[in-house]
Write a protein of this length. Sequence first.
Length: 380
Amino acid sequence: MSSGIAEYKRNHKLSSDHKKAVKHIINCRTSMMGSHEVQCTGGDCNYRVIQYNSCRDRHCNKCDKSKKLKWIIARSMELLPISYYHVVSTLPQKVCNLALCNKEVVYDIFFKSVFYVINLFAEDEKYLGGKIGFFSILHTWGQTLSYHPHLHIIVTAGGLRGNEFVRLPYQDKFLFPVKAMSMKIREKFVELLQAAYESKALRFPGKLESISKKQAFSEYLMEIGQEKWVVYSKPPFSRPEKVLEYFSRYTHRIAISNSRILSFENGIVTISYKDYKDCDEKGIPKIKPMSFNTEKFIQRFLWHVLPNGFKKIRYGGLFSSGIKWESIKTIRDSFEEKLKEIENKIELWYGKLSKYVEHICPACERGKLIFNYGLLSDTS
C-alpha cells in the first residue's frame, strides 16, 4: 500500500477515516510507531526483546489477533446451553452507492432494521411470544474485495417468556420464515432511510446528486422497496460451543489478510479468493488468483474502512446491555447439567488460548510478559 498511496491520492480524495487507516497500516510495527521492551517476569528467565509498536487499528491485518481472542473469551462466559442459528442479511446492490458515501448512517439503519425485525418475530405468539437473544457483526466485503455489506447474526433458538425459557416451535428447521423477515427488513429500512433524508442526515456527492431532490429520492425509495432483500438462515449449530468456534472467524476479520496477497510486481497486486460458483466434487470452493493494478486494489480496500468509532459488533434482545446478565442467569438455571458439560469444554479451550491472551513467555512458558512502552510517535 505504501508504494501506491501517493499516486492514489493524486487521483482520489481521501476522507479523514481513510487517511487515518492508511497512516496506521503503513506505519504499523515500524520505527514510526516507536518501540517497547518485552520482558519475562520469571525470576530465572532472561527473555527480553525490543519490538516496534503496533498501530492497533481495526483495519490492520497485523493487529486483530489479540482483540479477537479476548472477544471470544468474553463471549464464552455468556454462552448458553441451547441451540443457536446463524442468519445472514445482505444490503441490496441498489443501496450500495448511497451507503459508500453515508456509511455511518446507512450501516446504522441496516442494524436497526434487522434488529427490529428479529424482535418483532420473537414477540409474535406464533413463534415465541417473548424475547430472544442475538448479536451481530457487520462485514462489507466479498472474496474479491467487492463492496458487499452484510450482517452475520447469531440468534438463540429460544428465549424468555416472562421468566420462563421457551424453545422455538420449529427450532430444528428454521428460525423464522426468511421471506417474511426479508419483506419486513426492507419495509423498516425504507422507513428509517426516509427519516434520515428528512432530517438531512444524508450526503449526495457526485452522481448521487441526481437523487438528492425530494421527488427523485421518493422514486429511489420506491425502487429500493421493490428490490429483493436476501436473508439466509442456516440450520442451527449442533452444539453451543460450535457457535464461538464458527463465529470467531468473523469477529475481527478485515477485508483481506496478508496470507491472501500472493504477489506485488510492476504495479500489479495478485490475491487469492474462493470462487463459490466453481466448487470441486466435495462442494468446496476452488481457490483462484485475481489481479488488480495498485490504484484499484487500494480503492477496493478503502471501501471497507469503517467510520471512526463505529460499532461493528452489536447486541440485541436478551443480550442487550441492560438485561443481559439477568437473562443469561435465568436461562442457565434451567440447564444445570448441560451447563457443566459446556463449562468443562470452555476451560479446555481457554487453556489453549491463555498463552496468547495472558502473554505467557515463549521461552520458559511459565512467566508472564510485561510490556514497557517508551514514547510513541503521533498516531492520530
